[in-house]
Design a protein around this ligand. Sequence first.
Ligand code: KG4
Ligand code: ZN
Length: 360
Amino acid sequence: MIFGIETSCDETACAIVRDGREVLASAVATQIAKHAAHGGVVPELAAREHLEALDVVAEEAFRTAGVGPESIDAVAVTNGPGLMPALLVGVSYAKGLAVNWGRPLIGCNHFMAHIYGAFLHDDGYLLLTRKETYPILALVVSGGHSSLVLIEEDGKATHLGCTIDDAAGEALDKGSKLLGLGYPGGPAIQKAAAGGDVKRYHFPRPLTGTAGKALALEHQYNFSFSGVKTALLYQVREARETNADTKSDFIRDISASYQEAIVDVLSRKAIKAARDFNAHTVVVAGGVACNGELRRRMQQLIPPSMLLRLAEPRFCTDNAAMVGGLGYYYFRDGVFSPLSLDAFARLPKISRVPFAAVAQ
Ligand code: KG4
Ligand code: ZN
């Protein structure tokens, strides 16, 4: 039974997960309202809020799970990547619990935990034990990442590509701010775009080779969303100058067109990578995986020979169940972190994941 802790951004979360598959509790306290006034997450404010919320969220997890600290076998905590001040609060808290409870500490990679989040529901755990599930192509899309990762049956992981500027969630958050739709931008844009005309406004499809020049091979699995965001800025400016922004359906159609540009690129590149590497399973994880349009598009595009694993919405956005779930594999293998465990801000190159179908 692993106690998971997550404080890498603006969600304070604690979870209790048994054997990497049974989520007994997944408590999340969001700070969204606290950061909304700033139009984005303020790291120091996030750290202060985590400090205040952790005890309450931990208690909630125990209450929901109906077990006490004596049942916990290890404490798993996200120690990166993320906002440094926010991460440090969770890591220190985890160390305190580990010492207090006399249990081992396990540092977990947040990005990897997001991928594992797609296997926390239904028979996900069983799927991971089967060779036929692999290779897995994972599209990880959140406020901090837009990446394609290939995972083989022995746990070998290859980072095929990532964004060279803004992450998809970041582009949605910044776009939403520009349109005056608030924070977080992904859900706000999705709501505003409902029923909108996705073709009314033109947005580029960066790094897809459709801009009139051939796509450089090194960018075939990379993303770029800052140009789409700049295109939005220009469209909004032009609309304001000509008063077109006051016309009915402006916000709806421009939101729909903007969201479509992002969903189109993410889905096409994920499917292309899955085909190129003969993936048997395609995973979509991270906060942006909550997006209804992205989920629908992936369902439409997935070839019949491949299995699509969309993370359940509650395991898409930041949560600790994915951390407690991933932590199980390190516990099983006796891989623990020292009490000097440090936090790290940036995503390191991932070469292995701890779950695999065959012995490593
Ligand atoms: O995984 P997450 O909670 O935190 C990070 O690790 O970054 O992802 C947060 C991101 C935000 O950018 C948010 O706008 C986006 O996920 N998001 C969505 C939706 N819900 C959350 N994006 C698109 N559609 C949604 N429904
Ligand atoms: Zn995240």
